[in-house]
Design a protein. Structure first.
Length: 256
């Protein structure tokens, strides 16, 4: 028979007490392998398996195996199971409040940085929760899509990503490269279209005016960049922003 490697200590017992007692009670010889079986790692058990070999007559061996199985069951009654969400698109949309059928005694933790969902509780309940959560993730992946929309860099700051997430449950991602003008909208297909229309229409309510700092300083670009860093570090424009809440003030990145 095979057992989880972490159960070997319980099967053997302190000073061999447990394994000796089983051997004597059922008149069998029991050999517990020191090494684990190669390629036997079980994700749900988070452990490898090891062989336990029993020698004796048929009935005695079966009775001894049953006793060992009870020890294994007790040692593995609790489980910590991990699910990894490999698709980063899904991570912002996972909502455990929408997952039905998971026992209240099950504890779930979601680490968004790694995409790991950790499920802990009684083994049978944890295994059932894993199946339910995995099914939810699989269905979610079928519902989501992403669309890239070309929006000039100077207008991207008009898009209120937080408002769009709250209103449409669509995540807006802005390009890291200053030369990239494509903004990504991710969510349910129908909601993505609505979010894009909303972003376009809401941006039309603004008038965009640009102040070229370098021109105001004899076209000294380095001086202009230094001013941008100063404004950013000391938030000197925050008072103007507070006094004019309907106005959006944005500064260029130093590399611009």
């Amino acid at each position: 028979m095979v057992v989880p490697s972490k159960c070997k200590a319980a099967i053997i017992g302190s000073g061999g007490k447990t394994i000796i007692a089983i051997s004597r009670e059922f008149d069998v010889k029991i050999n517990v392998a020191k090494d684990h079986n190669e390629g036997s790692f079980d994700e749900d058990l988070n452990d490898y398996t090891s062989n336990v070999t029993l020698f004796g007559d048929f009935e005695s061996v079966n009775q001894a195996k049953e006793r060992i199985s009870k020890i294994v069951k007790e040692e593995t009654k609790n489980a910590v199971i991990k699910i990894n969400v490999a698709d980063e698109l899904l991570i912002p949309f996972i909502n455990f409040d929408k997952i039905e059928g998971v026992s209240e005694s099950i504890k779930t933790q979601f680490y968004t940085s790694s995409g790991d969902i950790v499920i802990s509780g009684l083994r049978e309940e944890a295994s059932a929760a894993k199946t339910t959560i995995q099914s939810y993730i699989d269905n979610l992946s079928l519902q989501l899509t992403e669309q890239k929309v070309k929006i000039p860099k100077k207008f991207q700051f008009l898009i209120n990503a937080a408002n769009i997430k709250e209103k449409y449950n669509v995540v807006v991602s802005f390009p890291a490269d200053i030369k990239d003008e494509f903004v990504t909208f991710a969510g349910e297909e129908s909601k993505v279209k609505e979010a894009i229309d909303f972003a376009r229409n809401s941006s039309k309510t603004y008038i965009v005016d640009t102040l070229d700092i370098s021109k105001a300083h004899s076209k000294n670009v380095q001086h202009a960049k230094a001013l941008v860093l100063y404004f950013s570090k000391y938030t000197v424009l925050s008072k103007i922003q507070q006094e004019n809440p309907a106005v959006i003030i944005t500064l260029p990145a130093p590399e611009e």
